[in-house]
Write a protein that binds this ligand. Structure first.
Ligand SMILES: [Fe+2]
Ligand SMILES: [Fe+2]
Length: 255
């Protein structure tokens, strides 16, 4: 089983680049399923029904979210009707949508879980025990966790915590791909951050001049996503059905 996981898709340039490159890349890599973080896929940030549909139509099977999952109100009804778009599972109880999705591929199933970190983020329930609870309740051949968090130490702690319980734990949110892909103790695939899908000349997907203006003036600044050449970043996992473990993790950056 080969699974591709793609880092945060930013704005229309990120969506367009993914649509242009994903179909052929999927064929080339012989991938069985694609998971993608879409919390910044809408024009103006967040995720909208249009941007979610665009990612699904481009070949994505499961979309994960993060701290921007509910930035746009229009997604509230959509997420209730589309269980393959998930938001962090450690949001308070009763929030729209679901924090996990079981992708059934016929010959195998993948439980995808999305959780938010606690360091430098809004207060949320414990991501570690949230994962435990879902893994014990939902049976699947493989478990993949998108850990949407700021701090690499916290992400690595969850990676080790999930070792032997999940097939892979991958970090999102910081939009800068890390070079620490590994298989923890020969069991669980791990990377601190998948990276980003969006404009290369940008700061985390935003026009650099907007960020610099904000940081040097502290004035309210509208963040724009620039046009220009894009990249798509993420990992491809080989998963073993007998053990549920990850046997190979390949980091990629497509330009
Ligand atoms: Fe993001
Ligand atoms: Fe985020």
């Amino acid at each position: 089983m080969r699974v591709m996981i793609i880092g945060d898709v930013v704005g229309q340039p990120g969506c367009d680049f993914l649509r242009k490159r994903l179909p052929a890349f999927k064929r080339e890599k012989k991938v069985d399923a694609v998971i993608c973080n879409g919390e910044n896929s809408a024009i103006g940030n967040g995720i909208l029904p249009q941007s979610a549909n665009f990612l699904f139509d481009s070949g994505v099977d499961v979309i994960t979210g993060g701290n921007h999952s509910f930035k746009r109100r229009e997604i509230q009804d959509y997420i209730e009707e589309h269980p393959d778009l998930i938001r962090p599972a450690n949001y308070p109880p009763g929030v729209y949508g679901n924090g996990w999705y079981r992708l059934d591929l016929g010959n195998a199933s993948i439980l995808v879980i999305n959780v938010l970190g606690q360091a430098f983020m809004d207060p949320m329930d414990d991501p570690f025990r949230t994962c435990d609870r879902i893994i014990s309740e939902v049976k699947a051949d493989f478990v993949i966790v998108d850990f949407h968090a700021e701090a690499t130490g916290e992400k690595m702690a969850l990676g080790y915590y999930l070792c032997g319980k999940a097939s892979a734990g991958v970090g999102t949110h910081t939009h800068v791909q890390t070079a620490d892909e590994q298989i923890i103790d020969g069991k669980t695939g791990y990377i601190s951050d998948l990276g980003m899908t969006g404009p290369i000349r940008s700061i985390l997907g935003t026009l650099p001049e907007d960020i610099v203006r904000k940081m040097t003036t502290h004035l309210p600044t509208r963040f724009n996503v620039p046009d220009g050449p894009c990249k798509m970043e993420g990992v491809i996992l080989d998963l073993d059905k007998k053990t549920g473990n990850c046997t190979k993790i390949e980091r990629f950056q497509l330009r």
